[in-house]
Design a protein around this ligand. Structure first.
Ligand code: GLT
Ligand code: MN
Ligand code: MN
Length: 385
């Protein structure tokens, strides 16, 4: 890690085309930035030191493009990738923008809508694989409901499972080699969305036909919207070997899905997430799914992208300092962190536990030094040590 915090491809930073290409439209206001050509996005991100880009099918190929146009677009895009060395580690499909998906896609009550969605998703797996993607993300933005009477949640979950199984079948039949990553979100744009959190999605994967092909793409903003710890969500996803991809951004609890620049809110949770990924030597992409503020002109977009990557590198450097800081390590000893890694079962097994007479008072009288430890971490993050 260089002290100048300059991003480079070895850091594996990726951005969705829809992130730097976000035109700043919101529910109350129109676009404030012109459309960004995907080819320009590839060049500008490459200049900034990114490793690659991801896209929805229709970020790259406008919906309904005839086959010949599609091929020209893909060829031109591939030339930009070849010229820059940029990669496409992940692709996804847009099952939320078109009016036909207003009642759901994989879980729409109408089987015709569901079949259309499955076909679109399968075609998107082919587009992704063609450009080298290894992960296929599915964010079910429209898989939900406002009028609860209109949706049988159990039946919807049956249909959700069926759809994911069919997409996996397509990937297997065509030998596309993709792994599928589900992205949970609690609400927005639907009043309630199915598979609202990492925990719900992890449980759902166990019911699939090929659970080994399916993992998660947790997003910072989405867990945080529910008031949950993103750091804990990612830690448990790693524990289940299901961290296939990650969406990094920033979010304040209790607000709309803000998708802010990584590190701009929730810096403490961001630090622990970066520390977790770095300590685990997780080999996935550090993918940013965030939007530049609506205040930005076309140039501000690149300040945004640079900021995401720099904040990650700065926090990764803090994680390294955390490991090397003697006072922090001593405080971790007081907190008994290392002994949590020891199995609870003694040599004599459960019988020994049942026969023991622990000194409850002595155990209860211990202090764990969390105030001191946490202050040390705060000072590390604030740059005071
Ligand atoms: C949409 C959503 C994101 C998802 C994208 C992938 S689409 O921008 O807000 O969280 O990751 O479908
Ligand atoms: Mn996302
Ligand atoms: Mn989001």
């Amino acid at each position: 890690m260089t002290e100048s915090f300059t991003p480079s491809p070895e850091h594996h930073f990726t951005f969705g085309l829809w992130t730097v290409g976000n035109p700043g439209r919101d529910p109350f206001g129109h676009e404030v930035r012109p459309p960004l050509d995907p080819v320009e996005a590839v060049h500008r991100l490459s200049d900034l030191g990114a490793y690659g880009v991801s896209f929805h099918d229709n970020d790259l190929v406008p919906y309904g493009s005839p086959g010949s146009e599609r091929d020209d677009i893909v060829k031109r895009f591939r030339r930009a990738l070849d010229a820059t060395g940029m990669r496409v580690p992940m692709a996804t499909t847009n099952l939320f923008s078109r009016p036909v998906f207003k009642e759901g896609a994989f879980t729409a009550n109408d089987p015709g809508v569901r079949r259309l969605a499955i076909r679109k998703a399968c075609e998107a797996t082919e587009l992704g694989a063609e450009l080298g993607a290894e992960v296929f993300v599915l964010w079910g933005g429209r898989e939900g409901v406002e009028a609860d009477a209109a949706k049988d949640v159990a039946a919807a979950l049956d249909r959700y499972k069926e759809a994911i199984d069919l997409v996996c079948q397509h990937i297997r039949d065509r030998g596309l080699g993709l792994r599928v990553a589900l992205e949970p979100k609690p609400n927005e744009p639907r009043g309630d969305i199915l598979l609202p959190t990492v925990g719900h999605a992890l449980a759902f994967i166990g019911r699939l036909q090929w659970p080994e092909m399916v993992g998660l793409n947790p997003e910072f903003a989405h867990e945080t919207m529910s008031g949950l710890s993103f750091h804990h969500a990612v830690a448990q996803t790693l524990w289940h070997d299901k961290l296939f991809h990650i969406d990094l951004n920033a979010q304040r609890i209790g607000k709309y899905d803000q998708d802010f620049r990584f590190g701009s809110e929730g810096i403490r949770d961001a630090f622990y997430v970066v520390k977790l990924l770095e300590d685990a030597q997780w080999d996935g992409m550090r993918h940013f799914d965030a939007h530049p503020y609506r205040t930005e002109d076309a140039e501000g977009v690149w300040d945004f992208a640079r900021g995401c990557m720099r904040s990650y590198l700065i926090l990764a450097d803090k994680a390294r300092r955390f490991r090397e800081d003697a006072e922090i390590q001593a405080a971790l000893h007081v907190a008994k962190l290392a002994t949590l890694a020891e199995p609870t079962t003694p040599a004599g097994g459960l019988a020994e536990i049942m026969a023991s007479s622990p000194d409850e008072e002595a155990l209860a009288a211990q202090g764990y030094g969390h105030e001191r430890l946490d202050q040390l971490v705060t000072e590390l993050i604030l740059g005071a040590r």
